[in-house]
Design a binder for this molecule. Structure first.
Ligand SMILES: Nc1ncnc2c1ncn2[C@@H]1O[C@H](COP(=O)(O)OP(=O)(O)OP(=O)(O)O)[C@@H](O)[C@H]1O
Ligand SMILES: [Mg+2]
Length: 410
Protein backbone atom coordinates (compact mmCIF):
# COMPACT_ATOMS: atom_id res chain seq x y z
CA UNK A 1 0.00 0.00 0.00
CA UNK A 2 1.23 3.52 -0.63
CA UNK A 3 2.13 5.53 2.44
CA UNK A 4 -0.07 8.36 3.57
CA UNK A 5 1.99 11.16 2.04
CA UNK A 6 2.50 9.24 -1.17
CA UNK A 7 6.20 9.70 -0.62
CA UNK A 8 8.88 7.16 -0.12
CA UNK A 9 12.35 6.15 -1.00
CA UNK A 10 13.37 3.35 -3.27
CA UNK A 11 16.32 1.03 -2.98
CA UNK A 12 18.37 0.75 -6.08
CA UNK A 13 21.13 -1.79 -6.53
CA UNK A 14 21.88 -2.58 -10.13
CA UNK A 15 25.60 -2.20 -10.54
CA UNK A 16 26.26 -4.67 -13.32
CA UNK A 17 25.48 -8.05 -14.66
CA UNK A 18 28.11 -10.71 -15.07
CA UNK A 19 28.19 -13.46 -17.67
CA UNK A 20 25.78 -15.60 -15.69
CA UNK A 21 23.22 -12.82 -15.69
CA UNK A 22 23.63 -12.30 -11.96
CA UNK A 23 24.39 -9.09 -10.15
CA UNK A 24 28.14 -8.65 -9.83
CA UNK A 25 27.91 -6.06 -7.07
CA UNK A 26 25.30 -3.88 -5.48
CA UNK A 27 25.00 -0.58 -3.74
CA UNK A 28 22.15 1.01 -1.93
CA UNK A 29 21.48 4.46 -3.22
CA UNK A 30 18.98 6.76 -4.80
CA UNK A 31 17.81 6.53 -8.35
CA UNK A 32 20.02 9.33 -9.62
CA UNK A 33 23.16 7.60 -8.35
CA UNK A 34 22.47 4.30 -10.07
CA UNK A 35 24.26 2.91 -13.05
CA UNK A 36 22.68 3.56 -16.43
CA UNK A 37 22.06 0.59 -18.69
CA UNK A 38 22.42 1.09 -22.41
CA UNK A 39 21.63 -1.21 -25.27
CA UNK A 40 23.07 0.00 -28.54
CA UNK A 41 22.64 -1.84 -31.81
CA UNK A 42 23.95 -1.01 -35.25
CA UNK A 43 24.02 -2.53 -38.74
CA UNK A 44 21.64 -5.28 -37.66
CA UNK A 45 20.26 -7.57 -40.37
CA UNK A 46 17.76 -10.37 -39.87
CA UNK A 47 17.32 -12.77 -42.74
CA UNK A 48 14.95 -15.73 -42.85
CA UNK A 49 14.75 -18.55 -45.38
CA UNK A 50 11.37 -19.09 -47.00
CA UNK A 51 10.84 -21.63 -49.82
CA UNK A 52 14.59 -21.70 -50.52
CA UNK A 53 14.71 -17.91 -50.93
CA UNK A 54 16.15 -15.50 -48.39
CA UNK A 55 13.83 -12.80 -47.05
CA UNK A 56 15.40 -9.75 -45.40
CA UNK A 57 13.13 -8.89 -42.48
CA UNK A 58 15.36 -6.34 -40.75
CA UNK A 59 17.60 -4.34 -43.03
CA UNK A 60 20.57 -2.48 -41.53
CA UNK A 61 18.84 -1.12 -38.44
CA UNK A 62 20.46 1.07 -35.78
CA UNK A 63 19.28 2.55 -32.50
CA UNK A 64 19.78 2.80 -28.78
CA UNK A 65 17.76 2.19 -25.60
CA UNK A 66 18.65 3.70 -22.23
CA UNK A 67 17.51 2.74 -18.73
CA UNK A 68 14.99 4.95 -16.99
CA UNK A 69 13.24 5.67 -20.25
CA UNK A 70 10.12 4.19 -21.75
CA UNK A 71 10.49 3.47 -25.46
CA UNK A 72 7.69 2.90 -27.96
CA UNK A 73 8.20 1.02 -31.21
CA UNK A 74 5.81 2.37 -33.83
CA UNK A 75 5.17 1.40 -37.42
CA UNK A 76 2.59 0.00 -39.81
CA UNK A 77 1.65 -3.68 -39.79
CA UNK A 78 4.44 -5.86 -41.22
CA UNK A 79 7.11 -3.19 -40.61
CA UNK A 80 9.16 -5.58 -38.47
CA UNK A 81 8.21 -4.48 -34.93
CA UNK A 82 7.84 -8.00 -33.50
CA UNK A 83 10.96 -9.08 -35.41
CA UNK A 84 13.08 -6.31 -33.89
CA UNK A 85 11.95 -7.36 -30.38
CA UNK A 86 12.75 -11.01 -31.14
CA UNK A 87 16.21 -10.08 -32.39
CA UNK A 88 17.10 -7.58 -29.66
CA UNK A 89 15.94 -9.83 -26.84
CA UNK A 90 18.04 -12.68 -28.29
CA UNK A 91 14.95 -14.80 -28.82
CA UNK A 92 15.89 -15.13 -32.50
CA UNK A 93 19.58 -15.62 -33.12
CA UNK A 94 19.85 -17.56 -36.38
CA UNK A 95 20.00 -15.39 -39.46
CA UNK A 96 20.90 -12.36 -37.34
CA UNK A 97 23.98 -10.28 -38.05
CA UNK A 98 25.02 -6.99 -36.47
CA UNK A 99 26.63 -5.25 -33.56
CA UNK A 100 24.95 -5.30 -30.13
CA UNK A 101 26.56 -3.35 -27.31
CA UNK A 102 25.16 -3.68 -23.78
CA UNK A 103 26.75 -1.33 -21.25
CA UNK A 104 29.68 -0.56 -23.53
CA UNK A 105 30.54 -4.23 -23.94
CA UNK A 106 29.72 -6.68 -26.68
CA UNK A 107 26.41 -8.34 -25.77
CA UNK A 108 26.91 -11.84 -24.40
CA UNK A 109 23.81 -13.58 -25.75
CA UNK A 110 23.21 -16.06 -22.91
CA UNK A 111 23.92 -13.52 -20.17
CA UNK A 112 21.69 -10.98 -21.88
CA UNK A 113 18.85 -13.50 -22.16
CA UNK A 114 19.10 -14.06 -18.42
CA UNK A 115 19.14 -10.34 -17.67
CA UNK A 116 16.23 -9.53 -19.94
CA UNK A 117 12.72 -10.74 -20.59
CA UNK A 118 10.44 -10.72 -23.58
CA UNK A 119 6.69 -10.74 -23.09
CA UNK A 120 4.96 -11.73 -26.33
CA UNK A 121 1.50 -10.55 -27.32
CA UNK A 122 -0.14 -13.91 -26.57
CA UNK A 123 1.48 -14.93 -23.31
CA UNK A 124 0.32 -18.45 -22.39
CA UNK A 125 -1.15 -18.81 -18.89
CA UNK A 126 -2.82 -21.77 -17.20
CA UNK A 127 -6.49 -20.94 -16.79
CA UNK A 128 -7.08 -23.18 -13.77
CA UNK A 129 -4.45 -21.68 -11.48
CA UNK A 130 -4.94 -18.61 -9.35
CA UNK A 131 -2.76 -15.50 -9.66
CA UNK A 132 -0.92 -16.39 -6.44
CA UNK A 133 -0.31 -20.01 -7.56
CA UNK A 134 0.95 -18.87 -10.97
CA UNK A 135 3.36 -16.49 -9.25
CA UNK A 136 4.48 -19.21 -6.79
CA UNK A 137 5.29 -21.62 -9.64
CA UNK A 138 7.21 -18.91 -11.45
CA UNK A 139 9.22 -18.07 -8.31
CA UNK A 140 9.92 -21.78 -7.65
CA UNK A 141 11.08 -22.39 -11.21
CA UNK A 142 13.15 -19.26 -11.68
CA UNK A 143 14.81 -18.47 -8.37
CA UNK A 144 17.62 -20.47 -6.76
CA UNK A 145 16.38 -23.44 -4.70
CA UNK A 146 18.04 -22.08 -1.55
CA UNK A 147 15.74 -19.01 -1.53
CA UNK A 148 13.71 -19.16 1.69
CA UNK A 149 9.90 -19.49 1.57
CA UNK A 150 9.36 -16.15 3.40
CA UNK A 151 11.65 -14.42 0.95
CA UNK A 152 9.70 -15.87 -1.99
CA UNK A 153 6.42 -14.75 -0.45
CA UNK A 154 7.84 -11.26 0.07
CA UNK A 155 8.86 -11.07 -3.58
CA UNK A 156 5.36 -12.14 -4.66
CA UNK A 157 3.74 -9.63 -2.27
CA UNK A 158 5.92 -6.84 -3.65
CA UNK A 159 5.11 -7.58 -7.27
CA UNK A 160 1.39 -7.99 -6.62
CA UNK A 161 1.41 -4.67 -4.79
CA UNK A 162 3.35 -2.87 -7.53
CA UNK A 163 1.02 -4.14 -10.25
CA UNK A 164 -2.03 -3.46 -8.13
CA UNK A 165 -3.34 -7.04 -8.28
CA UNK A 166 -4.20 -7.52 -4.61
CA UNK A 167 -7.92 -7.82 -5.26
CA UNK A 168 -7.51 -10.64 -7.78
CA UNK A 169 -4.74 -12.46 -5.94
CA UNK A 170 -6.84 -15.58 -5.30
CA UNK A 171 -8.85 -15.43 -8.52
CA UNK A 172 -8.50 -18.08 -11.24
CA UNK A 173 -6.63 -16.90 -14.35
CA UNK A 174 -9.64 -17.76 -16.57
CA UNK A 175 -11.72 -15.22 -14.64
CA UNK A 176 -9.23 -12.36 -15.04
CA UNK A 177 -9.94 -9.39 -17.27
CA UNK A 178 -7.71 -8.69 -20.30
CA UNK A 179 -5.77 -6.00 -18.42
CA UNK A 180 -5.27 -8.23 -15.38
CA UNK A 181 -3.95 -11.05 -17.61
CA UNK A 182 -1.45 -8.64 -19.16
CA UNK A 183 -0.36 -7.53 -15.71
CA UNK A 184 0.01 -11.15 -14.60
CA UNK A 185 2.26 -11.87 -17.59
CA UNK A 186 4.40 -8.91 -16.48
CA UNK A 187 4.34 -10.14 -12.87
CA UNK A 188 5.69 -13.57 -13.90
CA UNK A 189 8.68 -11.95 -15.58
CA UNK A 190 9.22 -9.45 -12.78
CA UNK A 191 10.12 -12.33 -10.46
CA UNK A 192 13.74 -12.13 -11.55
CA UNK A 193 13.50 -8.37 -11.80
CA UNK A 194 15.28 -8.05 -15.15
CA UNK A 195 16.82 -4.66 -16.01
CA UNK A 196 15.72 -4.98 -19.64
CA UNK A 197 12.12 -5.76 -20.59
CA UNK A 198 10.58 -6.08 -24.04
CA UNK A 199 6.80 -6.07 -24.56
CA UNK A 200 4.98 -6.88 -27.78
CA UNK A 201 1.73 -4.90 -27.96
CA UNK A 202 0.89 -4.92 -24.24
CA UNK A 203 -2.19 -2.79 -24.87
CA UNK A 204 -3.80 -4.53 -27.83
CA UNK A 205 -7.32 -5.68 -27.09
CA UNK A 206 -7.66 -3.29 -24.16
CA UNK A 207 -9.79 -0.18 -23.88
CA UNK A 208 -8.17 3.24 -23.51
CA UNK A 209 -8.38 3.29 -19.69
CA UNK A 210 -6.87 -0.18 -19.28
CA UNK A 211 -4.17 0.69 -21.85
CA UNK A 212 -3.31 3.83 -19.94
CA UNK A 213 -3.08 1.81 -16.75
CA UNK A 214 -0.70 -0.73 -18.35
CA UNK A 215 1.55 1.96 -19.84
CA UNK A 216 1.57 3.70 -16.46
CA UNK A 217 2.92 0.48 -14.92
CA UNK A 218 5.53 0.24 -17.65
CA UNK A 219 6.49 3.84 -17.00
CA UNK A 220 6.89 3.04 -13.33
CA UNK A 221 9.14 0.09 -14.18
CA UNK A 222 11.20 2.32 -16.47
CA UNK A 223 11.52 5.07 -13.88
CA UNK A 224 12.88 2.49 -11.53
CA UNK A 225 15.97 2.20 -13.71
CA UNK A 226 15.05 -0.36 -16.35
CA UNK A 227 15.14 -0.35 -20.12
CA UNK A 228 11.51 -0.81 -21.15
CA UNK A 229 10.74 -1.21 -24.82
CA UNK A 230 7.25 -1.90 -26.08
CA UNK A 231 5.60 -2.22 -29.44
CA UNK A 232 2.42 -0.19 -29.49
CA UNK A 233 -0.38 0.02 -32.01
CA UNK A 234 -1.96 3.43 -32.56
CA UNK A 235 -1.42 5.00 -29.13
CA UNK A 236 -3.67 7.91 -28.23
CA UNK A 237 -2.08 11.34 -27.57
CA UNK A 238 -2.53 10.79 -23.84
CA UNK A 239 -0.74 7.44 -23.99
CA UNK A 240 1.98 8.88 -26.19
CA UNK A 241 2.77 11.50 -23.54
CA UNK A 242 4.03 8.76 -21.22
CA UNK A 243 6.77 7.64 -23.62
CA UNK A 244 10.24 9.16 -23.52
CA UNK A 245 11.69 7.71 -26.71
CA UNK A 246 10.34 6.32 -29.95
CA UNK A 247 11.63 4.00 -32.63
CA UNK A 248 9.72 4.24 -35.89
CA UNK A 249 9.95 1.36 -38.35
CA UNK A 250 9.10 1.09 -42.02
CA UNK A 251 9.52 -2.09 -44.10
CA UNK A 252 12.27 -3.54 -41.92
CA UNK A 253 14.19 -0.27 -41.59
CA UNK A 254 14.39 2.27 -38.78
CA UNK A 255 13.12 5.68 -39.81
CA UNK A 256 13.73 7.37 -36.49
CA UNK A 257 15.14 6.31 -33.11
CA UNK A 258 15.54 8.87 -30.39
CA UNK A 259 13.72 11.16 -27.96
CA UNK A 260 10.01 11.54 -28.62
CA UNK A 261 10.28 15.33 -28.42
CA UNK A 262 12.66 15.43 -31.41
CA UNK A 263 10.63 13.12 -33.65
CA UNK A 264 8.23 15.67 -35.17
CA UNK A 265 10.94 18.35 -35.78
CA UNK A 266 13.09 15.66 -37.46
CA UNK A 267 10.26 14.60 -39.76
CA UNK A 268 9.48 18.25 -40.50
CA UNK A 269 13.10 18.98 -41.37
CA UNK A 270 12.93 16.10 -43.88
CA UNK A 271 9.98 17.83 -45.57
CA UNK A 272 6.94 16.19 -43.93
CA UNK A 273 4.28 18.67 -42.79
CA UNK A 274 2.88 18.10 -39.30
CA UNK A 275 -0.80 19.16 -39.17
CA UNK A 276 -1.95 21.24 -36.19
CA UNK A 277 -3.48 19.40 -33.22
CA UNK A 278 -2.41 16.05 -34.64
CA UNK A 279 -1.37 12.97 -32.67
CA UNK A 280 2.42 12.53 -33.18
CA UNK A 281 1.94 8.73 -33.22
CA UNK A 282 -0.51 8.98 -36.15
CA UNK A 283 1.94 11.31 -37.90
CA UNK A 284 4.76 8.77 -37.39
CA UNK A 285 2.55 6.00 -38.84
CA UNK A 286 1.68 8.12 -41.87
CA UNK A 287 5.32 9.01 -42.50
CA UNK A 288 6.48 5.40 -42.14
CA UNK A 289 3.70 4.11 -44.42
CA UNK A 290 4.82 6.23 -47.38
CA UNK A 291 5.82 4.17 -50.43
CA UNK A 292 9.28 4.60 -52.02
CA UNK A 293 9.64 8.13 -50.82
CA UNK A 294 12.97 9.95 -51.15
CA UNK A 295 12.33 11.93 -47.98
CA UNK A 296 11.73 8.68 -46.09
CA UNK A 297 15.01 7.32 -47.47
CA UNK A 298 16.76 10.49 -46.21
CA UNK A 299 15.34 9.88 -42.73
CA UNK A 300 16.55 6.25 -42.76
CA UNK A 301 20.06 7.31 -43.83
CA UNK A 302 20.12 10.11 -41.27
CA UNK A 303 19.14 7.70 -38.49
CA UNK A 304 21.92 5.30 -39.52
CA UNK A 305 24.50 8.12 -39.40
CA UNK A 306 23.18 9.20 -36.06
CA UNK A 307 23.43 5.79 -34.39
CA UNK A 308 26.39 4.17 -36.06
CA UNK A 309 28.81 6.37 -34.07
CA UNK A 310 29.08 6.68 -30.31
CA UNK A 311 26.00 6.14 -28.13
CA UNK A 312 25.41 9.76 -27.23
CA UNK A 313 22.11 10.62 -28.82
CA UNK A 314 19.74 9.94 -25.98
CA UNK A 315 22.02 11.27 -23.27
CA UNK A 316 21.53 14.85 -24.50
CA UNK A 317 17.93 14.63 -23.39
CA UNK A 318 18.78 12.90 -20.13
CA UNK A 319 19.25 15.91 -17.81
CA UNK A 320 15.84 17.36 -18.53
CA UNK A 321 14.24 14.03 -17.82
CA UNK A 322 16.01 13.47 -14.50
CA UNK A 323 13.89 16.10 -12.71
CA UNK A 324 10.70 14.72 -14.20
CA UNK A 325 11.68 11.21 -13.14
CA UNK A 326 12.30 12.25 -9.55
CA UNK A 327 8.99 14.08 -9.47
CA UNK A 328 6.99 11.15 -10.83
CA UNK A 329 8.85 8.68 -8.63
CA UNK A 330 7.75 10.55 -5.53
CA UNK A 331 4.17 10.02 -6.58
CA UNK A 332 4.41 6.52 -7.96
CA UNK A 333 6.75 4.55 -5.77
CA UNK A 334 5.66 2.56 -2.80
CA UNK A 335 7.46 2.09 0.47
CA UNK A 336 9.40 -1.13 0.54
CA UNK A 337 8.95 -1.91 -3.13
CA UNK A 338 12.49 -3.04 -3.84
CA UNK A 339 12.03 -3.22 -7.54
CA UNK A 340 15.58 -2.68 -8.55
CA UNK A 341 17.28 -5.61 -6.90
CA UNK A 342 18.18 -7.78 -9.85
CA UNK A 343 17.67 -11.38 -8.82
CA UNK A 344 19.76 -13.94 -10.68
CA UNK A 345 17.77 -16.35 -12.79
CA UNK A 346 18.64 -19.88 -11.62
CA UNK A 347 16.52 -22.45 -13.42
CA UNK A 348 15.43 -25.34 -11.19
CA UNK A 349 17.12 -28.73 -11.68
CA UNK A 350 15.36 -31.70 -13.30
CA UNK A 351 13.97 -33.24 -10.07
CA UNK A 352 12.75 -29.89 -8.79
CA UNK A 353 11.08 -29.10 -12.11
CA UNK A 354 9.41 -32.53 -12.05
CA UNK A 355 8.02 -31.93 -8.55
CA UNK A 356 6.80 -28.40 -9.32
CA UNK A 357 5.23 -29.36 -12.64
CA UNK A 358 3.56 -32.52 -11.22
CA UNK A 359 2.13 -30.43 -8.37
CA UNK A 360 0.87 -27.88 -10.90
CA UNK A 361 -0.63 -30.57 -13.09
CA UNK A 362 -2.40 -32.28 -10.16
CA UNK A 363 -3.75 -28.94 -9.03
CA UNK A 364 -5.25 -28.15 -12.45
CA UNK A 365 -6.62 -31.70 -12.73
CA UNK A 366 -8.48 -31.42 -9.42
CA UNK A 367 -10.12 -28.22 -10.71
CA UNK A 368 -11.35 -29.85 -13.88
CA UNK A 369 -13.13 -32.90 -12.48
CA UNK A 370 -15.27 -33.46 -15.57
CA UNK A 371 -12.13 -34.00 -17.70
CA UNK A 372 -10.72 -36.36 -15.04
CA UNK A 373 -14.00 -38.34 -14.87
CA UNK A 374 -14.14 -38.59 -18.67
CA UNK A 375 -10.55 -39.85 -18.74
CA UNK A 376 -11.36 -42.56 -16.14
CA UNK A 377 -14.47 -43.65 -18.07
CA UNK A 378 -12.49 -43.85 -21.35
CA UNK A 379 -9.79 -45.95 -19.66
CA UNK A 380 -12.43 -48.36 -18.26
CA UNK A 381 -14.18 -48.69 -21.65
CA UNK A 382 -10.88 -49.35 -23.49
CA UNK A 383 -9.89 -51.94 -20.82
CA UNK A 384 -13.26 -53.75 -21.20
CA UNK A 385 -12.98 -53.76 -25.02
CA UNK A 386 -9.39 -55.06 -25.06
CA UNK A 387 -10.34 -57.67 -22.39
CA UNK A 388 -13.34 -58.86 -24.45
CA UNK A 389 -11.35 -59.10 -27.70
CA UNK A 390 -8.44 -61.04 -26.22
CA UNK A 391 -10.37 -63.03 -23.59
CA UNK A 392 -8.77 -66.36 -22.64
CA UNK A 393 -6.21 -66.53 -25.45
CA UNK A 394 -3.13 -66.84 -23.25
CA UNK A 395 -3.48 -70.60 -22.69
CA UNK A 396 -3.67 -71.68 -26.35
CA UNK A 397 -0.23 -72.19 -27.98
CA UNK A 398 -1.84 -72.32 -31.48
CA UNK A 399 -2.81 -68.67 -31.18
CA UNK A 400 0.71 -67.19 -31.12
CA UNK A 401 -0.09 -64.37 -33.54
CA UNK A 402 -3.13 -63.31 -31.48
CA UNK A 403 -0.96 -63.37 -28.35
CA UNK A 404 1.61 -61.09 -30.05
CA UNK A 405 -1.07 -58.62 -31.19
CA UNK A 406 -2.53 -58.65 -27.65
CA UNK A 407 0.88 -57.74 -26.16
CA UNK A 408 1.34 -55.10 -28.91
CA UNK A 409 -2.05 -53.47 -28.25
CA UNK A 410 -1.41 -53.42 -24.51
N1 LIG B 1 10.20 -16.24 -40.10
C1 LIG B 1 9.80 -15.46 -41.08
N2 LIG B 1 9.96 -15.81 -42.37
C2 LIG B 1 9.56 -15.03 -43.39
N3 LIG B 1 9.00 -13.82 -43.22
C3 LIG B 1 8.81 -13.40 -41.96
C4 LIG B 1 9.20 -14.17 -40.82
N4 LIG B 1 8.89 -13.48 -39.69
C5 LIG B 1 8.34 -12.33 -40.12
N5 LIG B 1 8.27 -12.27 -41.45
C6 LIG B 1 7.78 -11.16 -42.28
O1 LIG B 1 8.47 -10.00 -41.88
C7 LIG B 1 7.59 -8.89 -41.84
C8 LIG B 1 7.62 -8.27 -40.43
O2 LIG B 1 6.95 -9.14 -39.53
P1 LIG B 1 6.62 -8.70 -38.02
O3 LIG B 1 5.88 -9.78 -37.37
O4 LIG B 1 7.88 -8.25 -37.39
O5 LIG B 1 5.68 -7.43 -38.30
P2 LIG B 1 5.00 -6.45 -37.26
O6 LIG B 1 5.52 -5.09 -37.53
O7 LIG B 1 5.14 -6.98 -35.88
O8 LIG B 1 3.49 -6.52 -37.75
P3 LIG B 1 2.13 -6.43 -36.88
O9 LIG B 1 1.98 -5.00 -36.49
O10 LIG B 1 1.08 -6.84 -37.85
O11 LIG B 1 2.28 -7.36 -35.72
C9 LIG B 1 6.23 -9.40 -42.24
O12 LIG B 1 6.03 -9.08 -43.60
C10 LIG B 1 6.29 -10.89 -42.03
O13 LIG B 1 5.49 -11.57 -42.94
MG1 LIG C 1 3.83 -7.81 -34.45
Amino acid sequence: MPDKDNKCTIDVSTEGIDETGACSSSSQGNLLGQQQFKLHFSNVFYVSKQNKTLVTILNDICGEFTSGRLTAILGPSGAGKTSILNVLSGFKATGVKGKFIFNEKERHLLAFRKASCYIPQDFALLDLLTVQETMCDSVDLKLPSETRAEEKLKIIDNIIQILNMEKCRHRLVRNLSGGERKRLSMAIELVTNPPVMFFDEPTSGLDSVASLQIINYLKRLALDGRIIVCVIHQPSSKLMKLFDDVLVMSRGKVVYAGPKADMVPTFESAGFAFPDFYNPADFALEVSSEEHNERLQDLIEWNKKRHCGECTILSADMDSCVNERTKILNILTYEGSKLSVVRPKAPAGFCRQLIILTRRSLRTMTRNLIAVQLRVIIHVIVAVLVGAVFWDIGNDGARTLTNISCIFSL
